[in-house]
Design a protein around this ligand. Structure first.
Ligand code: ZN
Length: 346
């Protein structure tokens, strides 16, 4: 069935179900003191060397760098084939690569630990869409690496097949994930990657982690080697503003599929997404939709949350309004993601 509505999930949507906001992720991880292995040692040394943070200290007043800053610096060095002092990035001593992998493992660990309690708000969204018979006309775009919406959709009694817009190597294996069946497929485009996709950089193949909940983030504890070449697989995670975003074959395909779906949509509902200036790739995608269809879809924004100031709301509203050409189609509602999940558009 053709997509009528696209639900766009930003970091605020995951935060509503308890995900640490990006700026708190590193601090939450080190404060938990839950890990004491080689990956943890690599991370502790890295935060000392690069940001002067002793992770063994009391971290209460410490200001950690953002995910964007940390991954951005490492990605840029890799992209430019450059090293840092004590951090080579050669095939013989791939320390920048290893550090980047450790940072991704950190993210997988803290999100797994923080989100164990479930995701009642995402669940209520899926329940409402099913109840209103809208789910087959709805597609999702997520900027989050966690798998809250993935699990909320795939846990409904095998009713739906998640269609990420890309093929996974598991599709050709027995007793594993199968290709999404057209009459049950729900589109979910994760534009910045996902913690349940494992990429083999040698084979350029992508696996989806097992359905079994206890094994989804197994790689966060022990590396999972590629079955074909034994290279350790690592999730695809792209820091939002990083320019290399389009260079991964699978991500290119996802962005293209997302564009094709957005073109057909009559409504886009932004949830917990502040529309920051830095997200140039997202803005490029949206502007392409607007120009190439010759019409602006209705835009609804559910960004409010407890304690959010009026000035912040007003600035956000202005960011949305100045960007889209038809201002009459923008509905910046003073409502939260949770309001949208429970009650829909008023
Ligand atoms: Zn491989």
């Amino acid at each position: 069935m053709a997509t009528e509505e696209v639900i766009f999930l930003g970091a605020g949507a995951s935060a509503a179900d308890g995900a640490p906001i990006q700026n708190a992720l590193f601090k939450d991880y080190f404060k938990s003191r839950a890990y004491n292995d080689e990956t943890n040692t690599v991370l502790s040394t890295f935060f000392m060397d690069f940001f002067g943070i002793d992770t063994n200290d009391d971290l209460t007043g410490i200001n950690f760098p953002t995910v964007e800053e940390v991954l951005g610096i490492l990605e840029l060095a890799l992209n430019r084939n450059e090293s840092f002092r004590k951090y080579p990035s050669t095939p013989q001593a791939p320390k920048v690569q290893n550090t980047r992998e450790s940072v991704i493992i950190l993210m997988a660990r803290i999100l797994r630990d923080k989100l164990q309690a479930g995701r009642p708000i995402h669940d209520s969204l899926v329940s409402r869409l099913i109840h209103e018979s809208r789910i087959s006309k709805t597609a999702f775009v997520s900027l989050n690496y966690d798998i809250l919406i993935d699990n909320a959709l795939s846990d409904v009694h095998d009713k739906f097949d998640l269609d990420y817009g890309i093929p996974f190597a598991n599709f050709s294996r027995k007793n594993d994930w199968h290709r999404p069946r057209p009459n049950r497929a729900v589109k979910l485009f994760k534009l910045h990657g996902s913690l349940n996709w494992l990429y083999c950089p040698t084979c350029i193949s992508l696996m989806i982690t097992p359905k079994d909940k206890s094994k989804v983030s197994q790689y966060a504890d022990t590396p999972i080697p590629c079955v074909s070449c034994q290279t350790n697989m690592i999730p695809i995670i792209i820091p939002p503003t990083f320019f290399k975003v389009m260079s991964n074959f699978f991500l290119q395909q996802i962005w293209r599929e997302a564009e094709n779906t957005l073109i057909a949509a009559r409504r886009i509902i932004f949830c917990g997404y502040s529309f920051p200036d830095a997200d140039v790739h997202i803005k490029y995608l949206l502007k392409r939709i607007e120009l190439n269809t010759g019409t602006c879809p209705d835009i609804y924004i559910f960004n409010s949350h407890h304690g959010k100031g009026d000035e912040v709301k007003e600035q956000e509203k202005q960011r949305y309004e100045r960007f889209f050409s038809d201002k009459t189609k923008i509905y910046y509602l003073d409502k939260s993601f949770e309001d949208f999940c429970n009650n829909g558009i008023p």
